[in-house]
Design a protein around this ligand. Structure first.
Ligand code: GCB
Length: 593
């Protein structure tokens, strides 16, 4: 699937704006055919945005289950003879969509795109009604998992990840027109030898018949540097300029379907960064050179918008990444908007791209901080069906993001149970799925403290070890000397595996403006000293090839006794004001640049 584009043969129209919106707590809408007419008793809702924080109503914020979105749109007059597609960049966590009275598509998973060919249902120049039933519930068979518990006061959504279960239409919705004979997918791979680059392409075309596939590679000035013909092949790029972290040179690859007379019948564009990624021993190499990840685990999370994508916030967050000297981030804990990845490509920021598989661990954070009262992997909980949903989430992530030069590493899950035999058999095939989907990038998962070296049974499948550790916060709280000693010992044991290690989380909750002469947990001074302690440990272990602080900014979570108005491990507040740690990190990271 290609994202809608404006090209010489394609056009798109945004459906972003105000939609009619109605909650359906009792799930009666389908039976009552709410899609078959104007949504009654509806209120206004902005798209893109999470619906949760847009009203002053707890029933909306904490809604569990079905929510309906509807709007009308006029199909552009000029689209006669075109194939018309309705494209959702995401709908969290699943959706069913109707055009007028007809169901056109269903999709499971809240963070990847889906679309429907609606050509036969529309007349260019006429208005259609688009209705999306979005469902917010998490179950043991969803990614991420959760469980809806029935209480006297109604259903309550329980889940095991530490961010608020925002839902709705978080990203853009498009109508798009393409030719019938069309390019359906494109896979690009890159490499180089000396000063000659290579750009491999594979095109999937539909109804192509006599049409020829042409590819044209242009440099950043728009000059043609190589051309090719065929559904697949490889272009040679003389005097190649590489895409590198902090130096993001991009070419443009145009793919065309051309008829005998030389007329271009379909055309798409894909920016291309020529670069290589490789794991060698304990090194992580980009373009053959050791790369050290500096940056953050982030979240798509803003006041009012929730997880709604917004370009002003995108630009500002990347400005802050640049200011602080970060060169990378992880899309913790789900695939981010495609706009974010495009921006990372253009700004030379390296991305660890993660699925929404978070919270597959019943050993974490339950009652009195023990377990959750469930077994993680069992026929009744996370089971074979879940694994198939998880596999599909991996395939959809790779299908969507495979052509981004910024993406250098896949993360198939965050902090799952990984010390048991059940975990080993659950994950083994998922690593195969990732490698089959993309043989060009390393694959890993993020390990949790409950599965230390020697006990973790999943890290054997990973090319890179990604560790989340909170020495000095969740353990040895306030005692940085004891934390430093224990942390160094654990890290040295992981280093003996001979794989590169990225510390994907380390952090301390910090209440902005809370100061203390003798660094105390929750103070800005403690966050600074905590980070410095961690950095001493990382600098003493050669296999460590990256540090990503948890978190870039404070973010919303479910309420609970360990969260005060959300998670406060941000180096910036939720409204992006720096804590003292921001300046300390900036000193370390800009010196390293
Ligand atoms: C973790 C999780 C992350 C949490 C964080 C915390 O290990 O991966 O989602 O927010 O810890 O702050 O506890």
């Amino acid at each position: 699937m290609l994202r809608p584009q404006d090209t010489s043969t394609r056009e798109r129209k945004t459906l972003d704006g105000i939609w009619a919106f109605r909650l359906d707590a009792d799930a009666v809408g389908v039976q009552n055919r709410w899609y078959a007419g104007s949504l009654t008793e509806a209120r206004d809702m902005a798209v893109p945005a999470s619906f949760n924080d847009l009203t002053a109503d707890a029933a909306v914020r904490d809604h569990v289950g079905d929510a309906w979105y509807q709007r009308t749109v006029r199909v552009p007059r000029g689209w006669d003879g075109h194939r018309v597609v309705l494209h959702f960049e995401s709908a969290t966590h699943r959706a069913t969509v109707w055009v007028d009275d007809l169901e056109v598509v269903r999709h499971e998973g809240g963070y990847t795109p889906f679309e429907a060919d609606i050509t036969d249902l529309v007349t260019p120049g006429e208005v259609i009604r688009v209705t999306a039933l979005v469902n917010t519930s998490l179950s043991f068979q969803s990614i991420p998992p959760g469980v809806v518990e029935q209480t006297a006061a109604g259903p309550r959504q329980r889940y095991w990840h530490d961010f608020f279960n925002y839902a709705g239409l978080h990203r853009s919705v498009w109508l798009s027109a393409t030719p019938g004979a069309r390019i359906e997918d494109l896979t690009v791979t890159t490499g180089f030898l000396g000063s000659t680059g290579s750009v491999g392409w594979t095109v999937q075309a539909v109804d192509r018949e006599e049409l020829e596939v042409h590819v044209v590679l242009r440099n950043a000035q728009g000059d043609e540097v190589a051309t090719g013909i065929g559904e697949y092949g490889s272009l040679e790029v003389p005097d190649v300029r590489l895409w590198a972290p902090g130096s993001p040179y991009l070419y443009d690859l145009e793919v065309q379907l051309v008829d005998h007379g030389g007329t271009v019948r379909d055309s798409i564009h894909q920016h291309v960064g020529v670069r290589t990624v490789e794991v060698r021993g304990t090194e992580f190499l980009v373009n053959g050179e050791p790369f050290y990840f500096r940056g953050f685990g982030m979240h798509e999370d803003h006041a009012v918008l929730g997880k709604g994508h917004n370009n002003a916030h995108l630009v500002h967050d990347f400005e802050l990444l640049h200011w602080i000297g970060a060169n990378s981030f992880r899309t913790s804990h789900y695939p981010y908007s495609e706009d974010v990845l495009d921006y990372a490509d253009r700004h030379g920021i390296v991305v660890i791209d993660e699925t929404a598989a978070v919270g597959l661990n019943m050993g974490l954070g339950g009652g009195i901080l023990g377990g959750q009262g469930y077994t993680t992997f069992s026929p009744e909980t996370i089971n074979d069906t879940t694994r198939e949903v998880h596999a599909q989430a991996i395939r959809e992530l790779v299908a969507r993001d495979k052509n981004h030069p910024s993406v250098v590493l896949w993360s198939v899950a965050n902090e799952p149970e990984s010390q048991t035999e059940a975990a080993e058999s659950y994950f083994r095939p998922l690593f195969d799925v990732a490698r089959q989907a993309d043989p060009t990038r390393p694959v890993g998962f993020v390990n949790v403290m409950l599965a230390p070296h020697g006990e973790c049974r999943v890290s054997q499948f990973a090319d890179v070890l990604m560790l989340n550790r909170y020495y000095g916060w969740y353990v040895h709280t306030g005692d940085l000397a004891a934390a430093e000693d224990a942390w160094r010992r654990e890290l040295q044991s992981w280093a003996s595996d001979g794989k590169p290690i990225v510390i994907t989380e380390y952090g301390a909750d910090t209440l902005s403006g809370n100061h203390s002469l003798i660094p105390q947990p929750w103070s800005e001074e403690y966050q600074v000293e905590y980070l410095e302690m961690n950095h001493r440990v990382f600098d003493s272990v050669e296999a460590v090839v990256g540090e990503q602080v948890w978190n870039f900014a404070d973010f919303a979570t479910t309420s609970g006794i360990v969260r005060v108005d959300g998670n406060k491990k941000g180096v910036f507040t939720r409204d992006r004001r720096p804590k003292s740690a921001a300046f300390a990190l900036r000193r370390r990271w800009t010196e390293a640049r």
